[in-house]
Design a protein around this ligand. Sequence first.
Ligand code: FAD
Length: 412
Amino acid sequence: MKIAVIGAGVIGVTTALELASHGHDVVVFEKGSGIAQQASFATAGFMGPAMMQSWTAPGIPFKTLRKVLFGSDTHAFHGLSNLPFSWFWQWQKASNHPSYKLKLEALQRLAFYSQEVMTGITEQYGLQYENSQGCLLICRQEKDLKNYQLQLDLMAENGIIFKKIDPIETRKLEPALSEDQTFHSAVMFPNDAIANCRQFSLLAKQQAHLLGTEFRTSQEVLPLMPEAPQVIRTVSGTSEKYDHVVVCAGIHSNALVKNLGITVPSLAVHGYTLSSSVRQLIDTPVFGVMDARHHVSIARTGQRIRVSGIAEIGRNKKAPEECVSLLYKVLNDWFPGAAKTHESVQVWRGTRDVLTDGVPILGHSGIKGVWLNTGHGNHGWANSCGSARAIADMVSGRECEVDLKGLGIERF
Ligand SMILES: Cc1cc2nc3c(=O)[nH]c(=O)nc-3n(C[C@H](O)[C@H](O)[C@H](O)COP(=O)(O)OP(=O)(O)OC[C@H]3O[C@@H](n4cnc5c(N)ncnc54)[C@H](O)[C@@H]3O)c2cc1C
């Protein structure tokens, strides 16, 4: 079949690869000049079921509201007063305990499956990209660990392996941790991993191309039309009909499908990543490290240190340096000698497409020939390969290998 994929972030590229390996004729439309240049550009790199940290969790919306009302915007959250009320309300409704549990389980299932599919793809095509095994959650104080307890309980129920460790054991595993920094404990997740999302996307693109996929960059697709939803019209004036269209346009997906009567209620939540060269290998983290208090991660991918975090909603009047000061602080707290921050540091601001219930939309849109693989929020890299395989199976009329309960558009 002739299939159009809209968007060449990690989601669109992996979807194209899967569809092409199912034997379809695939064309990818990307409005930018290259692959993985938007949300997929400089992710923190965390992958695996343990790091599925949804903001749609009991207590989080009201904690956020308190920050807005009483002006206690912490470093980690900016611009919260821009939070649209309707979005906030839906978010609050989805953040009750039973719903949180179901959604987290759905995310974890997808993440497990994605790991499996990614391992298969890596072996099948002999891909080599920067990756490392194991993630560590560091808790500065006991209350940081307590804040994660519900999540850890659900992980234990769902068979995710982790181990709580004290500072002495943590330092044995992570010898470069600053001696000056005291902390309460850490949680080790041996099966989660760090890998370079953009590098993987470029390699996946190459493979998809070898399987016949055509990548049309600098081609912006116009909103799909109800009278001909499978027709792709571009700003440059082309128009072509496909058997199926898969929308993988990240934060722009809603604009593409809204004329079809479909709503993708995503909110743009910006985040920042600092990328800097390694100063001394011996001073860098062995694992992907997450600071549980500030929700800021530090990881080494190849010769680069990446520090990533912050949730920013709407326009921010602060200068980028001020926004990222928390990232520098966390890096200096834990691994002061790891990066050449006195030399050039790349500061990247990326946009997560976050849905009110914190899980993506995966499946048929309800309109003939139109499919959705979008709304991946914080976890698009981790869930890319599994989501792509699932969509390709559905489009090809095959049975999905993963249970996608709770991930359909009909929930909105
Ligand atoms: C700071 C930060 C850190 C993160 N860390 C992690 C992490 O550690 N682990 C993890 O799993 N996830 C992480 N994420 C989330 C992850 O980056 C996203 O979930 C993922 O990249 C989404 O991929 P995507 O392909 O859906 O979107 P994108 O990469 O944004 O791709 C969408 C593409 O669609 C194109 N497009 C849009 N509209 C059109 C149109 N009309 N016509 C043609 N093309 C169009 C865009 O140009 C874009 O290239 C992080 C995000 C941020 C911001």
